[in-house]
Ligand binder design. Structure first.
Ligand code: 6GU
Length: 221
């Protein structure tokens, strides 16, 4: 998979993409991530990328030209162009699965002050990561990239995401490791019983119970 990210702040991504599982996925060529500062595409003599809003109001608005030209230069037949914006479709695990099957994603990181409405015309999808406002789409594109890259074949063991929270609209089951007793808190006996059928049953029950307690809204699905 190839992921291109259009941003005015490419340095924000350095730490996130140079550590742990994402770094390994990049090193193993499971994903190629390219950052594009669309300021470089501005035809303005001062490389301006924003301007005041028509009709008045506060803040600056991202202009069409640099983003249109940047997308045009990297888009192919296989590209899906995605705008990060608080008024997009709420991001869910199912969308991570769907996007992980794409060949080429292009993320456009907007700004909270806004972008020219006509930028939406070159986008295939608009995504929001939750009902709160961020200063820009950068953090959202990192969150989405992370959730997609871990699903790419061979990045983590297939089995590790079969029980992920939100699969089958259920949260994950509780896990324990050594020691068996820590500060008086014991590991549930069933997990040390060696009875795999019982363990599977216990985990399924725990997933349902947890979901009922914490996220009853998911169970309705
Ligand atoms: Cl995708 N962008 C911004 N700026 N704020 C957000 C968001 C995206 N998702 C939730 N809040």
């Amino acid at each position: 998979m190839k992921i291109d990210i259009l941003t005015l702040f490419p340095e924000m991504f350095e730490g996130v993409f140079s550590q742990s599982i994402i770094k390994r996925a990049i090193d193993q060529n499971k994903v190629e991530i390219c950052l594009h500062n669309f300021r470089e595409y501005s035809t303005d003599p001062h490389h301006k990328v924003d301007d005041t809003p028509y009709g008045g109001g506060c803040g600056m608005v991202l202009t069409c030209q640099p983003i249109f030209d940047c997308v045009e230069s990297i888009k192919t037949e296989d590209s899906k162009v995605i705008l990060l914006t608080p008024d997009g479709i709420p991001y869910k695990q199912q969308m991570a699965y769907d996007l992980s099957l794409e060949k080429h994603l292009i993320f456009i990181c907007g700004h909270y002050e806004g972008f020219d409405e006509r930028i939406r015309s070159i986008c295939d999808l608009e995504i929001s990561i939750g009902d709160y406002v961020l200063t820009g789409g950068e953090l959202a594109s990192m969150v989405i990239t992370d959730s997609i890259v871990r699903l790419l074949p061979g990045v983590i063991e297939e089995e590790s995401h079969q029980n992920d929270s939100f699969n089958d609209h259920l949260l994950d089951y509780p896990t324990y490791t050594k020691p068996r007793v820590f500060l008086g808190m014991e590991v549930p006996e069933v997990l040390t019983s060696g009875d795999h059928k019982k363990i599977e049953e216990y985990r399924r029950e725990q997933r349902i119970e947890r979901t009922r307690d914490r996220r009853p809204d998911l169970l309705e699905k």
